[in-house]
Design a protein around this ligand. Sequence first.
Ligand code: PFF
Length: 456
Amino acid sequence: MADDVSKHGMWSSRMLFVLAAAGSAVGLGNIWKFPYITGENGGGAFVLVYLLCIAFIGLPVMMAEILLGRAGRESPINTMRKLARASGGGNDWTAVGWMGVVAGFLILSFYAVIAGWVLHYIFLLAGGTFTGADGDFTTKTFSAFAGQTLPNIPWQELFWFTVFIAATAYIVARGVSRGLEMAVRWLMPVLFTLLIGLVVYAAIVGDFAAAWRFLFKFDASRLTADGVLEAMGHAFFTLSLGMGAIMAYGAYVPARVSVTTTAATIAVLDTVVALCAGLAIFPIVFATPGLEAGAGPALIFQSLPVAFGGLKLGALVGAVFFVLVAFAALTSAISLLEPAFAFLVERYNVKRGQVAIVAGAACWLLGVGSVVSDPFLGWVDFLTGKIMLPLGGLLIALFAGWVLAKRVVAEQLGFAEGWKWIVWSVAIRYVAPIGVVAVFAYPLVTAIHEHLHAGS
Ligand code: PFF
């Protein structure tokens, strides 16, 4: 069958697809964002909602993206067009692909800013800046670097942000097997090992019990409507769902790989990494005066240097750890651009290298807004994470569940009846879409509820 390979290239094995998709999923979302939003949203209850969203919404949507990608074998935009036509759906479904391309650019524009912070910290750590440092020192160091506001131009921030965008564009330009596979093959396992080491270290020197309670003790009173939306949005963000990144990668998956097993593997890996990041950071936060769980985006940059600063060889280990985080960010960043790249190559038959320059420049321009303005960064984060990704995920679930011909789905999943089929159908048709709609509606419902109570 001519359709059984993608013109953009193919993953050379099941293992490499899992690594690449896990490389996309595991990134700043796990190590930087998960701890800080958990800290801001009061811990346990937020974590539980996040885990439920991963299992009941994220997993089915991930399966849907992989199977759609592999059934279409093209960029998300053209895959959606092709599959919608073949199933008798309208051309409007291509909008899912377009929204994903836009979301990818928007996300990369601020993702690269945070990755730039990581790059800067590699050098601060390696230079021994934090040897023996306390919470006060790390907090001040961070705001001196990233807390500048206009008219001051944060040159250092701008520089590292630019380096990261350039590196991303360069790797995507090299294409599937040469660029993407190499970056994920070695670095992910090393990152994971170091992270576990850090958890052990944090357990020895920090307040592990307090961290455990904070992360896993369910306290419904700390749950807010905004927290629930944040948790769901983050489930999409951390698994790279809702914008076609996994769909694009799915297009390069060989025919015989199991969609269910790979999706589950990726989701579990991603979740374990996020929880480990929490277990590495919060023991330090709770044992260090001057640090707070609710510190916001600065959290890991304030807490981890304290841990490394108190460690023999901490400058070296800390620098290595941040190098690996930077690589984790890079393997995620390249997947943000892949849908756009694949589309442009299909549509205009251009070379990936040419696209890289234009795409990199566009992202850079957009990202400068986030470099100079924290509110702008927050706004782009909000628009993509809380609106575009969940909306994209909802549409993907609806398409896979209700529009796509059963024959296509069954062929991709490898089953068409029995309990597996029933679980899949219920999950993709009802549980995932209703979950997303319910979370979207929740703030509205609470607002009405509060309004009525205020009136009575
Ligand atoms: N999943 C990445 C992370 O957790 O850092 C971020 C991301 C990558 C989001 C790719 C969306 C995406 F398509």
